[in-house]
Design a binder for this molecule. Structure first.
Ligand SMILES: Cc1ncc(COP(=O)(O)O)c(C=O)c1O
Length: 389
């Protein structure tokens, strides 16, 4: 059978390259120190979010039962769209089951309308896949390099300029003001994927939307599974953008809507992120980020620049990153071990995510574990080198 031999050959090769991903069951609570999720404010466990979900289940059932274009768009979904539009100062929003499908759908729908799509090189796979699926007229600019983006924007026609507010695997932020200026000068429409900024950055957690008008920033990806602690996503923008995607977006039309209960939970999370509690949680998160970075500096643990909850320990080799991740896991500390193809070859890293819910003691424990694991991995590497000579 062709598929059996082909799959086995591919898997063997991935294994040899240390790129095979193993499925592991993560048991929340059992792992005492989790620094791997994107629940930056801890809203996934907030009593009001849980209550809204539980009440929503009683009211709306476990599933929506249909695509939003048929009967899956129910009162809690409509409420959530209005709430998003009001919060982010936009006309309307369209809901998707995931950020991946929101991005892919929107890119596939919009890209053919532009003379060129110009996107940051490190943008999420959903944006890049949607772009290459939809058009051959695209270019990637060097990461956060506005000058390079400018060179790639054609003089004629309107282009679509795409970036992210916070880069998921690096933790750094896009030069949003410079990108917005460039878009205005070069007749381009700006699209920011705000997956890791929403709820976490800016006044009331509005992130990129709070900085620009709808005219300056006409397309925003809002995801609900990160700073808002639930799941799902939305594209937020003009009434026409939403009407078009509603009518033409294949991932939107041909997919079951998420449940009304989930919509109610997301609404509760937004309510919290917007208000005093959000302000308090963002302040606690900022304190944790400062504490983590200053304690790493005292311990000579090198970090990539980032003042976001995403903190990167650059490692390099895939094998070393795996070993360190494993050594940390043995101590009950879970961090993201990021390898190609998610990042470039030779740039494997630990992705550490901080939350407003981490106590200082948790962070101290993480740094102690990191110190141990990093020096153990170096010692291991040295003894392997010696054995090979
Ligand atoms: C920048 C960015 N955009 C989009 C997504 C996809 O969002 P979701 O997890 O809701 O599919 C992610 C998540 O990995 C992301 O990091």
């Amino acid at each position: 059978m062709h598929i059996a031999t082909e799959l086995s050959a591919q898997l063997n090769q991935l294994q040899q390259q240390n790129l095979l991903r193993k499925r592991r069951v993560f048991q929340p609570g059992a792992q005492q120190y989790s620094f791997a999720g994107n629940d930056y404010l801890g809203l996934s466990q907030h009593p009001l979010v849980l209550k809204a979900y539980a009440d929503g289940l009683q009211l709306w059932g476990a599933g929506s039962g249909a695509s939003p274009a048929v009967s899956g768009f129910q009162p809690p979904h409509a409420y959530l769209c209005r709430q998003l539009a009001e919060w982010l100062g936009r006309d309307d929003a369209l809901l998707f089951s995931s950020g991946f499908s929101a991005n892919h759908c929107t890119m596939r729908s919009l890209a053919p309308m532009y003379s060129r799509v110009v996107v940051d090189k490190l943008s999420h796979a959903s944006l890049l896949d949607g772009m290459t699926d939809a058009t051959s007229s695209w270019k990637r600019f060097r990461h956060n390099n506005v000058q390079h983006a400018q060179q790639l924007l054609p003089a004629k026609g309107t282009s679509l300029l795409v970036s992210e507010s916070v880069f998921s695997m690096d933790g750094d932020q896009a030069p949003l003001a410079a990108l917005a200026d460039l878009a205005a000068q070069a007749t381009a429409d700006l699209w920011i994927d705000d997956a890791h900024g929403l709820g976490v950055l800016g006044a009331e957690g509005c992130s990129a939307a709070g900085l620009f008008t709808q005219r300056q920033l006409p397309v925003i990806t809002a995801t609900f599974g990160k700073g808002l602690g639930v799941m799902g996503a939305a594209i937020v923008g003009s009434s026409d953008l939403i009407a078009y995607l509603h009518t033409r977006g294949r991932e939107y039309i041909y997919s079951t809507a998420f449940s009304g209960a989930q919509a109610a939970a997301v609404s509760a999370a937004i309510g919290l992120a917007q208000g005093h509690e959000g302000q308090y949680l963002r302040a606690r998160l900022a304190e944790n980020i400062d504490y983590f970075r200053s304690t790493c500096a005292q311990n000579n643990i090198a970090l990539a620049p980032s003042d976001h909850a995403i903190q990167i320990v650059p490692i390099g080799s895939e094998q070393a990153a795996l070993t360190i991740g494993h050594l940390l896991a043995e101590q009950g500390i879970v961090v993201g071990v990021i390898r190609p193809p998610t990042v470039a070859k030779g740039s494997a890293r630990l992705r550490i995510t901080l939350s407003a819910q981490h106590a200082k003691a948790d962070i101290q424990r993480l740094i102690q574990g990191l110190n141990q694991a990093l020096s153990q991995a170096v010692a291991q590497e040295k003894s392997e080198e010696k054995a090979c000579r």
